[in-house]
Design a protein around this ligand. Structure first.
Ligand SMILES: Nc1nc(=O)c2c([nH]1)NC[C@@H]1CN(c3ccc(C(=O)N[C@@H](CCC(=O)O)C(=O)O)cc3)C=[N+]21
Length: 290
């Protein structure tokens, strides 16, 4: 069993991005600028946004964090998005999800200028991905692709099973794995809560990608011997033995699954840091495009 070290890979990529940024600045170019919008006080969201701000520093980007009370109206938030769309200095921005229930997430996502949509959530970018046009790839799926690539994991002709069909992970992930690309060419099965016999499907997987958001859902009996297992989950589970009062749990029961795997990503230190670094890569691309 080999551990896929997302944290180390992300550090390496940030180093590469920082070198590129230095070159841009040395040639009189503009410093890439990422903005993040955070609404409310969700602990998880705050942690991720802080990771993003820190990653900007490491890459040599400018970053702006815009924070709003949970009581912000949809209209006010849409006005913030409009302002960011028009701001000449900002190359890309994200609106951290989830948003409070009184705000329509789809409406907000649609309002973001696709050229600044470094999360890759806008239908224009998702559509471009589908037909192989250049655009912003969604951060988590693209982060996983980069991990598979950097670890030299063969995907062509393999069976890939994705668990979970979210707009931001499961669905785009299944598309990327089936594309004709260096990492791709898999036969993909996209499974979800209505799949008739989930364990029978996951046991067929050469590459299993768990993205359903249920802590420790995938158990050893669901995994084929020698499989590559990618764990996208980051659930905060109450844990009184921790100073913070919680521990971070993946969608995979790591201790019992890992001995069966050829490769596996841990939580933390697997997919999460790659999501953040992919956002940095997309921001650099956005800056270059402008
Ligand atoms: N507009 C938007 N874009 C997102 O990309 C987005 C979002 N909303 N909402 C929430 C999810 C979740 N997400 C994570 C990012 C980093 C880690 C990460 O770095 N995790 C660390 C540990 C983090 C910790 O210390 O708690 C790790 O797994 O090692 C995890 C999860 C991005 N998301």
């Amino acid at each position: 069993m080999q551990l896929i070290d997302g944290k180390a890979t992300a550090e390496a990529i940030k180093g590469e991005i920082a070198i590129e940024v230095k070159e841009i600045l040395a040639n009189g170019g503009k410093q890439p600028h990422l903005a993040a919008v955070l609404v409310g006080n969700d602990g998880g969201s705050r942690t991720y946004v802080n990771h993003k701000v820190k990653a900007c520093e490491q890459c040599g980007f400018k970053s702006t964090l815009l924070e709003f009370e949970e009581t912000i109206t949809e209209e006010e938030l849409l006005a913030v998005v409009d302002k960011l769309n028009k701001d000449e200095d900002i190359d890309g921005f994200i609106v951290q999800l989830p948003l409070p229930k009184h705000i329509d997430e789809t409406k907000v996502t649609l309002a973001i200028d696709p050229a600044k949509d470094v999360d890759g959530f806008h239908p224009e970018n998702l559509g471009r991905m589908m037909i192989g046009l250049p655009g912003f790839l969604p951060a988590t799926p693209y982060g996983i692709v980069q991990l598979l690539e950097r670890y030299g994991i063969e995907t062509s002709g393999k069976k890939c099973v994705v668990v979970g069909r979210s707009n931001i992970v499961g669905t785009p992930m299944s598309l990327l794995m089936s594309r004709n690309a260096k990492v791709g060419n898999c036969t993909v099965t996209l499974t979800h809560s209505r799949t008739a016999d989930l364990a029978a499907e996951t046991r067929e997987a050469d590459i299993l990608i768990a993205a359903l958001g249920k802590p420790e859902f995938v158990t050893a009996d669901m995994v084929k011997e020698g499989a590559v297992v990618i764990d996208v989950g980051t659930s905060r589970v109450k844990d009184d033995s921790k100073k913070s009062g919680f521990s971070l749990k993946g969608d995979v029961k790591f201790d019992e699954v890992s001995p069966k795997c050829s490769f596996i990503t841990p939580v933390p230190g697997g997919v999460g840091p790659m999501t953040v670094v992919t956002l940095m890569r997309n921001t650099l691309l956005a800056a270059k495009n402008r």
